[in-house]
Design a protein around this ligand. Structure first.
Ligand code: NAP
Length: 323
């Protein structure tokens, strides 16, 4: 089978399209013919040699969509369409390939109203967003900030919190054109940080109240500014570092509102957290209350260009490989 493998973790030139044997299907696994793979910043981090747990050579791809070919049983009959995320592409070979033997517990049926390309970009973003909101104690009426409306986490948190009845769901972008695009797509509480500081925007939108919950995948200055708008008893969840792993915080921003900061690692979630998150996500997908956004699809052979487009082009929406 064709697979896009990182032979070394040395940047884009380490990626090679190779032939590998079709994976063996052992107990508890289901053979899935991959149709589309989500491209994530983690793939780029691994390829750059900056992820602690991965070993080369490694077929990249942490999430994907496809069709069950063998051993799905009655839950996932042969021919059913599935999407999944897990250790793939990080600790074992991943979805940048024609077939993957997927642990049954990682699979979720794709609703009929969602196509494979869109589905491939759902698991990581929406599971992370839903788990983060749940751990932060989200419920209807809360005020949420999730920076980067065009990014996968920022957009998924925004869509989920809005669908689940948040009072305000604010996001941001550093790019004026993306702010306009967000408005055209109906995201009405996006702070254009080329025109206004993140904190000023949050205070304007919430009449000075601030955010009960911040879910941040950006890090750097965005994280430290977001800490400055936490409402009384609020929390900030840090889960990524698209801008930077380092920042300086003013502890007064935690002390005065008795706020808290926590980290989130999706590789450390109990099975029940993922199962519960899938239930919410699937129901909202079926009703059309959330709509995944795909910026661009690339063929498997252009995986390096796809990764470059994601990280350097900073598109609005997901980047997906068609297999
Ligand atoms: N902990 C976990 O388990 C977990 C799970 C999923 C993802 N993550 C991590 O979460 C992070 C976000 O993932 P993602 O998929 O949402 O990324 P993404 O789709 O690539 O979006 C990142 C966005 O961040 C903004 N950005 C980039 N550089 C910036 C800078 N220097 N200053 C301000 N904004 C900047 C850009 O938005 P604008 O151009 O609009 O400003 C960009 O579109 C990544 O580090 C990812 O690895 C972690």
């Amino acid at each position: 089978m064709r697979a896009m493998r990182a032979e070394t973790f040395s940047g884009y030139q380490g990626l090679k399209l190779i032939e590998l044997p079709k994976p063996a299907v052992t107990d508890g696994k289901v053979l899935v013919r991959i149709t589309a793979a989500g491209v994530t910043p983690l793939d780029h981090t691994i390829l750059s040699g900056k992820f602690h747990g991965s070993k080369a050579p490694l077929v990249l791809g942490n999430e994907g969509a496809g069709v069950v070919e063998e051993r799905g049983g009655t839950d996932f009959p042969v021919g059913s369409r599935v999407m999944f995320f897990g250790a793939y592409g990080a600790f074992e070979d991943g979805t940048y390939s024609e077939w993957v033997a997927v642990r049954k517990e990682d699979l979720c049926l794709i609703p009929d109203n969602v196509d494979d390309v869109s589905a491939a970009g759902i698991p990581v973003a929406y599971l992370t967003a839903q788990v983060a909101l749940t751990l932060a104690g989200f419920r209807a009426g809360k005020t949420v900030l999730a920076p980067a409306i065009g990014g996968s986490i920022g957009n998924a948190v925004t869509q989920l919190a809005r669908a689940l009845g948040a009072k305000h769901v604010m996001s941001s972008t550093t790019n004026h054109a993306k702010a306009e695009q967000a408005k055209a797509l109906g995201f009405n509480e996006v702070i254009d940080t080329s025109l206004e500081k993140l904190g000023d925007g949050v205070r304007r939108i919430t009449d000075g109240y601030g955010a009960d919950i911040v879910i941040d995948g950006i890090g750097g200055e965005v994280l430290s500014e977001a800490l400055g708008v936490l409402a009384l008893g609020g929390s900030l969840t840090t889960l990524g570092y698209s801008a930077s792993r380092n920042t300086t915080i003013d502890v007064i921003n935690l002390i005065v509102p008795q706020a808290s900061i926590r980290g989130l690692n999706m590789f450390a979630q109990p099975k029940a957290a993922i199962t519960n998150a899938w239930k919410v996500i699937v129901s909202l997908l079926k009703s059309g209350a959330i709509k995944p956004i795909v910026a661009k699809a690339f063929p498997l052979a252009e995986a390096a260009a796809a990764l470059r487009y994601l990280v350097e082009g900073r598109p609005f929406g997901r980047v997906v490989l068609t297999i």
